[in-house]
Design a protein around this ligand. Structure first.
Ligand code: PRP
Ligand code: MN
Ligand code: MG
Length: 179
């Protein structure tokens, strides 16, 4: 049972759903007369992207990009790799990048500059979790679900070495699990 590896639950399924609904309402207001391109960043943002899209009461186009910088470690390599690119063109679009977590900020810094180079009209960032203490580059999200303490979290899309993504809540693992 993967539940046995958990030290504590930080955000329950209900808290995640409630906050996602609130963010969806905010985005609905802010993008009322636009048709934004929602770009979920795989793999971590899979669940948040689909839940957030369902909480938005306007037409959105959904796309995904797969980038990775962590490999099988808890520490970012600092080098962002594109594993899968967008299907849609970013040119002239109002892009909303959807992330599960911002830590060092390197993934988002890379993506924001990439979409601007590709001619996006606007680029905004929404992240479920923000870990400000982890920041090494100057990046701020426009919409944040929760501020998280400086601990390595898993669940609701977030992995440790590709495990624990399918937990329905966000949690901290028992210390021995990170070894
Ligand atoms: C994680 C997370 C964010 C990024 C945040 O992804 O999902 O995308 O790292 O860290 P940063 O702010 O330090 O760049 P990861 O590279 O582990 O890939 P994954 O989403 O496929 O797990
Ligand atoms: Mn990710
Ligand atoms: Mg990862």
């Amino acid at each position: 049972m993967i539940q046995n590896d958990i030290l504590k639950v930080l955000y329950s399924k209900e808290e995640l759903a409630q906050r996602t609904t609130e963010l969806g309402k905010e985005l609905t207001e802010d993008y009322r007369n636009k048709k934004p391109l929602l770009v979920g960043i795989l793999k971590g943002a899979i669940f948040f992207t689909t839940d957030l899209a369902k909480a938005m009461d306007i037409n959105v186009e959904i796309d995904f990009m797969d980038v990775s910088s962590y490999g099988n470690s808890t520490i970012s390599s600092g080098e962002v790799k594109i594993i899968k690119d967008l299907s849609a063109s970013a040119a002239d679009r109002d892009i909303i990048i959807v992330e599960d977590i911002i830590d060092s900020g390197r993934t988002l810094e890379y993506l924001v500059s990439l979409f601007k180079r590709r001619g996006a009209n606007t680029v905004k960032l929404v992240t479920l979790l923000d870990k400000p203490e982890g920041r090494v580059v100057d990046i701020k999200a426009d919409y944040v679900g929760f501020l998280v303490p400086n601990e390595f979290v898993v669940g609701y899309g977030i992995d440790f070495a590709e495990r624990y993504r399918n937990l329905p809540y966000v949690a901290v693992l028992k210390p021995e699990m990170y070894q």
